[in-house]
Ligand binder design. Structure first.
Ligand SMILES: NC(=O)C1=CN([C@@H]2O[C@H](COP(=O)(O)OP(=O)(O)OC[C@H]3O[C@@H](n4cnc5c(N)ncnc54)[C@H](OP(=O)(O)O)[C@@H]3O)[C@@H](O)[C@H]2O)C=CC1
Ligand SMILES: O=C1CO[C@H](CO)[C@@H](O)[C@@H]1O
Length: 323
């Protein structure tokens, strides 16, 4: 069976990765695209050979030619567009962060559970970093006991863009926050994947002189087995740091650049280097996993419930920082 996708949002990430991931997936077809700018809509739909073209998300969602909707719009659109898709009985894979706050995530979960007269539709969130080979290797090292008792996982991330106040990513009403929402969210999902449930969050933020959202955020999180997660995230850095370090009582793992995938393992026996680069389009395993979930009747790896846990942690952080 082939999943006929409707893609809502045809901007940066749709153009760079999402449409190609759908086009290249053997069990998927890009059936329709939606954005409000009509000339750009046709240009995008022509490039990816999508027959259906819509300027209103609810019309795409209602199309009988669409089985599942991929939402790649600014964060404030995720809730209304998920509700429209769920009401039309369509499965939803939504970009990260899942929504502006946990209350919105809950509305999305409820709408998807109640869809199709209570039978429900599948909801997934695009935290694709779980599929990185280097992340899978780091998780296996933790689970094998090779690192001993894990004391902490730390991530540093930055985006060098100098965002202006008119960019949705730095407007609380449109992006929900700044770097914590935009790039910190990916790393919180990694912490959840590596360490389990979050038990508490302490946070501090630095305001930006140029826009409403924070420019920097530092979080210390407590996880289920007592380990801590330490997250630093920034907008306006000189380059794009993307570092992971795991410290255990018997071993330490350093991944200088998660997108490159080189891992160094330090143990009492010395250090070893391993290469686990991601293969091709980073969104391809995410789309393949969601399609497999639909075809096999299982939950996607990053379900809506899992995606909401990151939003819960972000809300705890903003509250602790007094925002
Ligand atoms: N997973 C990842 O690594 C990445 C994820 N993202 C996430 O993807 C999402 C989109 O980001 P990005 O592509 O950078 O954003 P852009 O601003 O580049 O693109 C947004 C797109 O959404 C469309 N859009 C906006 N409002 C509506 C609406 N009401 N109805 C239909 N279409 C609309 C815009 O077109 P128009 O104005 O014509 O409607 C545009 O095509 C965000 O959640 C972001 O966090 C982004 C980058 C990387
Ligand atoms: O990983 C990413 C790359 O940068 C983008 C812009 O800050 C993010 O939205 C995205 O999640």
């Amino acid at each position: 069976m082939t999943i006929r996708w409707g893609l809502i949002g045809a901007g940066d990430i749709a153009n760079k990765r999402v449409a190609a991931a759908i086009r290249d997936d053997p069990n998927s077809r890009l059936a329709a695209v939606c954005r409000r700018n009509e000339p750009l809509l046709h240009r995008f739909a022509d490039e990816f050979a999508a027959p259906g073209r819509f300027t209103r998300a609810e019309l795409l969602a209602a199309s009988p030619e669409v089985d599942a909707v991929y939402i790649a719009t600014p964060v404030d659109c995720h809730l209304p567009q998920t509700l429209a898709a769920a009401r039309a009985g369509k499965h939803v894979l939504v970009e990260k962060p899942m929504a502006l706050d946990p209350a919105e995530c809950q509305q999305m979960l409820s709408a998807c559970a109640e869809a199709r007269d209570g039978a429900g539709v599948t909801l997934g969130v695009a935290y694709y970093r779980r599929f990185y080979p280097v992340v899978q290797r780091a998780r296996a090292l933790i689970q094998s006991g090779r690192l001993g008792r894990v004391l902490s996982v730390a991530c540093v991330t930055g985006n060098p863009n100098r965002f202006g106040a008119d960019d949705w990513r730095v407007q609380r009403s449109r992006g929900g926050g700044g770097p914590l929402m935009d790039i910190g969210s990916h790393r919180i999902d990694l912490f959840l994947h590596l360490l389990g449930e979050v038990h508490g969050v302490k946070a501090s933020v630095i305001d930006s002189p140029d826009y409403e959202a924070e420019q920097a955020a530092t979080l210390i999180m407590r996880f289920a087995h007592g380990a801590q997660g330490v997250l630093q995230c920034y907008f306006g850095t000189v380059d794009a740091p993307d570092r992971l370090e795991i410290i255990g009582t018997d071993g330490r793992v350093v991944v200088e650049d998660l997108n490159a995938g080189d891992l160094t393992l330090y143990t009492a026996a010395g250090q070893t280097h391993e290469a686990h680069p991601p293969a091709g389009n980073l969104h391809a395993p995410l789309v393949a996993d969601f399609v497999a979930a639909l075809l096999r009747g299982r939950a996607p790896t990053v379900s809506g419930q899992i995606g909401k846990q990151t939003s819960d942690a972000i809300q705890m952080a903003y509250e602790d920082a007094g925002l």
